[in-house]
Design a protein around this ligand. Structure first.
Ligand SMILES: [Zn+2]
Length: 361
């Protein structure tokens, strides 16, 4: 089987390939049904595949589609993990927990967010406390969400954004937009005000599979930042923490959004935060594997277009189809080369992670 065959053209095909690959490897499966439906009325599920001893002390957990449409990449890597034979060369004293399509609605609808327009990887904060303020986002929210996509209000909004970038810089713009915000439910990178379905589901998965383990490595697949085909390992613990030090010693080239070494702006409410709160007795080492697609301004513009389409546009119009193609290209590079690059890096990281959780670096 060719690497490109592990990747899919839509959510339903990805789910089929994942379930078949997991069963082929002998994994046990559990499915969690999302209450919403896909664009063709499909039922939507998050699937969890467990491979290894039931009582394994150490677990490698992988996750795809945290950001919906980014699941094209993560799903392909997860299918490859089961299909490639890589598991046979790994030590036997650990378990693999592969969580497929944790945000199945975003995957099926080719959106980065969940069914309630929430960025799941900003949603994992403690919602009982005050929600973080993102003043820079508030300044530009009205520019990011123009009334019309073609017309004078869009032109005016574009000029406002250009002006923000010229005076404050592209990095400041990226941080303002992508850092996460909790005050504009119709905006971009909205973290929500309560745990979204994906958040509740991943907590059910933590409870069911991870609560009594000794150590867990969490590998979360993402796309949309960095040079095309390059897989950046981002440490999601604070740079001065034991978790970050472990990740760096195990993997080597681990970057941090908090010290400027990553292509990602600093963010809040990512899954690793929830994991540490939910599993206080488990040693957790969390990394994101972030693959590049298109330059940042193009990716952010695609998300802006998609948000406009979601709020005010028509999915079935020519404009709607064009915007969906723009979004897809921003998160999934459909070439054999890119898929090879994704798998090559995923295999390298999986080997290192498995060796590390098994206790022999
Ligand atoms: Zn992502």
């Amino acid at each position: 089987m060719q690497v490109a065959d592990w990747f899919s053209v839509d959510y339903s095909e990805a789910r089929e390939k994942f379930l078949a690959a997991a069963a082929f490897a002998g994994a046990g499966l559990a499915s969690f049904r999302n209450p919403a439906q896909g664009p063709r009325g499909e039922t939507l599920y998050t699937d969890a595949a467990w491979l290894g001893p039931e009582d394994a002390e150490t677990v490698l957990m992988t996750c795809s589609a945290t950001h919906g449409i980014e699941g094209f990449c993560g799903s392909g890597a997860q299918v490859g993990t089961f299909r490639s034979g890589i598991l046979r060369e790994l030590p036997g004293n650990f378990a693999l927990l592969a969580v497929h399509a944790i945000n199945p609605h975003g995957f099926a609808w080719q959106r980065r967010v969940t069914e309630d327009n929430v960025d799941f990887n900003r949603n994992c904060i403690d919602h009982s406390g005050p929600h973080p303020r993102n003043g820079a986002y508030a300044e530009i929210h009205h520019l990011l969400v123009p009334a019309e996509w073609n017309g004078s209000s869009r032109d005016e909004a574009d000029r406002g954004i250009e002006n923000f970038i010229q005076t404050r810089g592209l990095a400041a713009f990226q941080a303002a937009v992508s850092g996460g915000q909790y005050d504009h439910p119709d905006g971009l990178f909205y973290g929500g005000r309560a745990p979204t379905w994906s958040n509740r589901t991943i907590h059910a998965i933590f409870e069911r599979y991870l609560k009594t383990r000794r150590r867990v490595v969490f590998l979360d697949y993402h796309t949309g930042l960095g040079p095309s085909g390059y897989g950046e390992l981002i440490g999601t613990h604070p740079p001065d923490s034991a978790g970050f030090a472990r990740a760096r010693s195990w993997f080597g080239d681990v970057t941090s959004p908090d010290d400027g070494s990553s292509s990602s702006a600093p963010i809040q409410g990512y899954i690793g935060m929830a994991m540490e709160r939910a599993l206080p007795r488990v040693e957790i080492t969390a990394v994101a594997l972030e693959y590049g697609t298109l330059p940042v301004p193009e990716v952010l513009e695609a998300l802006r277009a998609d948000n406009w389409l979601h709020l005010r546009g028509d999915l079935n119009s020519a404009q709607g189809v064009a915007i969906k193609n723009q979004v897809r290209a921003a998160f999934y590079v459909e070439t054999p080369l890119w898929k090879q690059q994704v798998w090559h890096r995923a295999a390298e990281v999986t080997r290192k992670a498995a060796r590390a959780v098994s206790g022999g670096n």
